[in-house]
Design a protein around this ligand. Structure first.
Ligand code: GLV
Ligand code: GLV
Length: 304
């Protein structure tokens, strides 16, 4: 029996399987444990189930000398220093596949919402601005037949492409088209790359300049793939038409951040995988990873 720390209450009942095999402590705060609190909690622990809100870095690993298995409750691993965990022989698992369709659905929901200006239209309806049927108000862009550029053609990017075909869109991706060209010829651009040193600020001021003034940018990957300051400027100056983002840098943006006041920008709070089914399956995968890692077996869904 090993000691396991779980950094938040996660949905679904798979944690019971972990509890029947190991001594499990679940952090019950409404917010993640502060780094110092987490370091203290890990002093005697062999297994860790953590979220993308936790930074697994040298300071954390130094305070967890017995740690042998980490299950990240996410498909991304940018919160974990994988070189360090590998050097220390600590297994790291992730939750792929089970959140692919949920995240692709959200990307498409954001694309449609931004194209048809749903946030503005809904706010106006609630706010009493709907006085008659308007021939020339709340006009958006046609999605049907539009050109979609997918940046990053992995599992989620491909799932977005499948949806786009139903909308008779022309679909191109960075798998077949150079990024600069893709940006220049797309009505919609959707980001599906992991955050790495190479993709940090991939969409910077120069990239935004290449996009069409009518273009809509969708991000369900990681906030730092976009240079957020440059995005705010591009939306303010009308360099692109709209953006809809599920991820920001940092998360959440602090109160008063200009992102909340930027025109034509729809922000939702990192809900790509937030369906009941996906989150319950993520718990199952995380538990499978931990059970294997703690028994010294290879994790079924390893990182990297
Ligand atoms: C969510 O962003 C994930 O990486 O699973
Ligand atoms: C719109 O509601 C229409 O009937 O054209």
């Amino acid at each position: 029996m090993a000691r396991v720390f779980v950094t938040r209450a996660v949905p679904g009942d798979a944690l019971e399987r972990l509890r029947s095999a190991h001594e499990v402590r679940v952090w019950d705060g409404a917010l993640p444990p502060e780094p110092a609190v987490l370091r203290e909690a890990l002093a005697e622990v062999e297994g860790l189930l953590c979220l993308l809100t936790e930074r697994v870095d040298a300071a954390l690993l130094d305070s967890a000398p017995r740690l042998r298995a980490i299950a990240n409750y996410a498909v991304g691993t940018d919160n974990i220093d994988l070189e360090l965990t590998a050097a220390r022989g600590i297994g790291v698992g992730v939750t792929p596949d089970v959140l692919t369709e949920a995240t692709a659905d959200l990307a498409f929901a954001l694309l449609l919402a931004a194209a048809r200006r749903l946030p503005q239209a809904a706010a106006d309806a609630r706010g009493g601005a709907w006085r008659t049927w308007e021939p020339a108000r709340w006009l958006g862009a046609e999605v049907d037949g539009g050109a979609l550029g997918i940046v990053g053609f992995g599992r989620i990017g491909r799932a977005v492409a499948r949806r786009a075909h139903g909308f008779r869109m022309t679909v191109r991706s960075t798998a077949d088209t150079d990024l600069d060209e893709l940006l220049a010829c797309s009505d919609y651009v959707s980001l599906h790359v992991p955050l790495t040193p190479r993709t940090r600020h991939l969409i910077d001021a120069a990239a935004l300049k290449r996009m069409r003034p009518t273009a809509v940018l969708v991000n369900t990957s990681r906030g730092a793939v976009i240079d957020q300051r440059a995005l705010i400027d591009a939306l303010r100056s009308g360099e692109i038409a709209a953006a809809a983002i599920d991820v920001t840098d940092p998360e959440p943006p602090p109160p008063g951040d200009p992102i909340y006041e930027t025109p034509n920008l729809l922000v939702v709070p990192h809900i790509g995988s937030a369906t009941r089914a996906a989150r319950a399956r993520m718990t199952e995968l995380a538990v499978e990873n931990l059970l294997a890692g703690l028994e010294g077996r290879p994790m079924p869904h390893p990182a990297g």
